[in-house]
Design a protein. Sequence first.
Length: 121
Amino acid sequence: MSSKHYLTGLLASASLLYGTSYGQDPVAVSPEIYTVLFENEDVRVIDIAIRPGERDEPHSHPNYMIYVRESGTLLVHPEGEEAYESTLERGQVRLLDPVEQHWAENVGDTVIRLVTVEFKE
């Protein structure tokens, strides 16, 4: 095997390992919660519905914005950090920096509904 092919294989393997431990796509890992409404080269718009007691799988986000359609409280679990509550109020809009690996659970008694816009870099 040539060194060029070996390096290409090594980089591809590293990418796969990186993808399994960090940077998971929320739509791919929790399709029952996240639904793509629109996507182009600049943005991806995602509908999110998290039922009471439901949690998503570990994932991350690029720069993004959320719009809260239905209120609720999430318990957010950042990887390697202490969990914290995030109260979401209907009509609220938040512009957020990239978020590293985390998962969240709906700790309330209503369905939380959000629309997010992820900004592609």
